[in-house]
Design a protein. Sequence first.
Length: 397
Amino acid sequence: MHIIESGNVAAATGVKLARAQVIAAYPITPQTPLTEKLSEFVESGELKAEYIPVESEHSAMAVCIAASSAGTRAFTATSANGLLYMAEQLHWAVGARLPIVMCVANRGIGAPWTVWNDQQDSMSQRDVGWIQIYANDHQQIIDSVIKAFRLAQTVSIPVMVCYDGYILSHTYMPFDQPDQTKVDAFLPPFTSKHFLDPENPGNFNTVTLPDVRPDLEGTLAPGYMEIRHNLHEDLRASIETFVEIDRDFEREFGRGGCPLIEKYQCDDADYIAVCIGSLSYHLRDVIDTMRQRDVKVGVMGVQMYRPFPDKAVAEALVGKKCAIVFEKALSYGNQGTLYADIKSALYTHETKPYVHNYILGLGGREIKTQQLLDALTESCTSPEMIEDTPRWIGLKL
């Protein structure tokens, strides 16, 4: 069924179709309409779930941790400083290997206060251990939410589904609402591998000693370092798991095929623009203009950012003349976050391209098509002349 609605409603519809059982809600712009819509679904009986309004984002994640530990499918959503407020609990959720799904409507972080879009909030949490998936439009939002629930419960790692605040969260676009029967076939009922059970009592996540030690049955149990190693290895393995899940989704629903990166006009390109989120679709108009000028440029949107799909990225960029990275976040005092990851992925390859970094759109600063055209023209004309330092688009000093 095709409907025209906001990105937040697309996300809420995905949660409903996934049959989430516990929803923890605390409002924050621009996420608020998502949880409001879920409350409507619960109130009307369309979604059989416990809707729990809480007093803070920290509590929202605490509710999800408790619900997931009890063996139920849990969901929450947030933005900006709300995401930062639950940072302690983010670490706990992934350390406990709980398959929670959370939407992040990307927004700039205060201070100074801003309610407008950039991606600094989720990027600041990229090293927590959560899987991060980014959507480029409303169809990808609803599809990614459904796939995220299956991925989370398959690998026992929580997943963030991120999308641009306002640009996607509040705009209206057409998207297909999958049939509930098909979603149920794609996403089996949630069964937790480890959950609290009064009939089988046990301790979860107690203080772990630095070294390995025998458990109650005498079996050698991992120490803290081994637990972290296992999480890292499972995160890396989840890249292929997500590819397989996307393949199943494409067979069932006829959409997908780009779980890690989404390419446009890249096959014969000499130069490739790289970005995350809705900007990759904005750039397509610029690419088409440059193609009319006989400049072979393509654009690549990174869909799965954590774990970073370094092999897929390198395969797409090795042999090209230049990779031009546009991003709405940065690692202060160093460089763009995505830029650093792109360079790392290319480091061992002899035929790696020049890599340029452009910072833009912070705090909702308007991104003009002409600015993107000028930056790409500059990078494609003399790629060897641009230094290894972030260049700022739209900066007014």
